[in-house]
Design a protein around this ligand. Sequence first.
Ligand code: AGP
Length: 607
Amino acid sequence: MCGIFGCILKNSEVASTIHSALKRLEYRGYDSVGEVTIADGRLFIKKDSGKIDEVHMLHNLDDLPGKIGVGHTRWATHGAPTKQNAHPHTDCEEQIAVVHNGIIENFAELKKELEDRGHFFKSRTDTEIIAHLVEEKMHEGLDLKGAVVETVRRLEGSYAIAVVSSKEPDKIVCARKESPLTLGLGENGVYCASDIPAFLPLTNKVVIVEDGELVVLRENGYEIWKIADLKPVIREPKIIDWTPEMAEKQGYPHFMLKEIMEQPLTLRNTLRLQEHYLELMATFLDRAGQLFLVACGTSYHACLAASYIFSKLAFHITNPVIASEFNEQHGKSVNIDSTILAVSQSGETADTLAAVETARQRAATILGLTNTIGSTLTRVSRVYIGQQSGPEIGVAATKTFTAQLSVLSQLALRLAKMRGKVSQDEIDFLEEKVTQIPDMVETILKTQMEKIRQLANKYKDKSCFFFLGRGISYATALEGRLKLMEIAYVPAIAFPAGESKHGPISLVEQGFPVVFICPKDDTRKTLIGNIMEMKARGALIIALCEEDDEEIKRLADDCIEVPKGIPEVLSPIPYVVPLQLFAYYMALERGCDPDKPRNLAKSVTVK
Ligand code: AGP
């Protein structure tokens, strides 16, 4: 997730306005920053890797001439955070500049086509192909608007772009597909941005650009068209009454809720990973003798779930290991035949990096899955994959967890294909289901939120919870427990449901709440037995089950419904979402701040 901003001012230069706007978009990404303005018939560009303040100190982002310009603050997805990869990106003649938020899935083939036509590329980003495509179209005689229309019609994936040209210095052409784009209409100028906070101090007159629309922004206003058929769109501005702080959360009361709600989009972004890296990593996993999945906290829960997925799909035995225990458990045995897949959304967790360092010193192969390109984990990994979730501001991991699961599921599917362990029909079925997961999560968010909020109110005074599941749902149970503990400060215990009678059931008394994760998978029959044994001792049963599972609904005191037809190996993604919401609403009921839980840091960079 990156931040784009553009503006045209009537009476003043734009550089400092762009700089301030980018500062307000910094929560969307902050590993590189850049600005471009137009004056005297040419482009003026300043950009570099680093945080906005660092780059400003080095280059003075306020010192660019011109009353029109665009800017960008980056969260790297394609290409490491370097000056060359920072936006804006330009065409060969440096007359067209583009800033972009999103992921262009077909950039490799378009880049090849353009290189074959003699275009030379300065960066490793997907974005740069947009500038060269617009250049091509303008060479064919199209104006900037026409060239952008033709360009975006060739793009697959997600984008919110703002394009300027020194040949047409009076306009900014923007377009969006999936990535957000808004317009601001002020007294002294007009603005376009990924998010409202960028221009809220300048105006609260807002126009939301809808999917598949293109905008031409001029000093005196804006025009909108449908990209598909260039039908004009009439849309009046709205006055919004958000505070700047609320705007940063897109109107949600907390970053955690905003990030829970973002999961359909971030899950779609995990479906746009570069095939080359998925195949490369799957190859390394296939060759691995001993394969350790190493992480902390929520990321460890993703590894635990992945161990079931790799085993069931690819018949590949893996060892999920809590990073802080790795050296004690395997420090002596890890060797050149070992492979470590370290999972860390921050890429900076000290315990995880310590485990990786031990393995590296003993010649093991290091692979990485992270949300932070340019992090230490990406530098020590032989191969890494960026999960493309955008910055996660809430301390509790939510969207980054489901994104990790999606990437790990895709890797397991490739491994299964490589090993020929699963029929092509089943592979096709599962690949189709992976693409349906974002919509399933969207359905849960739309249909279950109010019920979950009521459940939190009903159970807000309970002093302890069990979270139980069998098979892969044990990982889901662990994650649900962690969410409730870390942001609502409610003691919770998660264990495989089959373990109840080996001790923990002694805690159960009348009214004791037990959360059961009950997808319709192979474990369901025995799980019903576990529910019965809890009910027999007076427990209150909160069941997460498929929407048509009448048997479970009859047994449970409260039910949260999940769309049916989710394969067992993919079940943690949709089933964890209600548990994230339950923890969030329990935190509110108990007067806790979900974004800043006590004693916790977003990235634990100390051991
Ligand atoms: C999850 O809600 C916690 N914030 C924490 O457990 C986190 O998952 C853990 O510290 C690992 O962080 P990482 O993914 O950045 O390595």
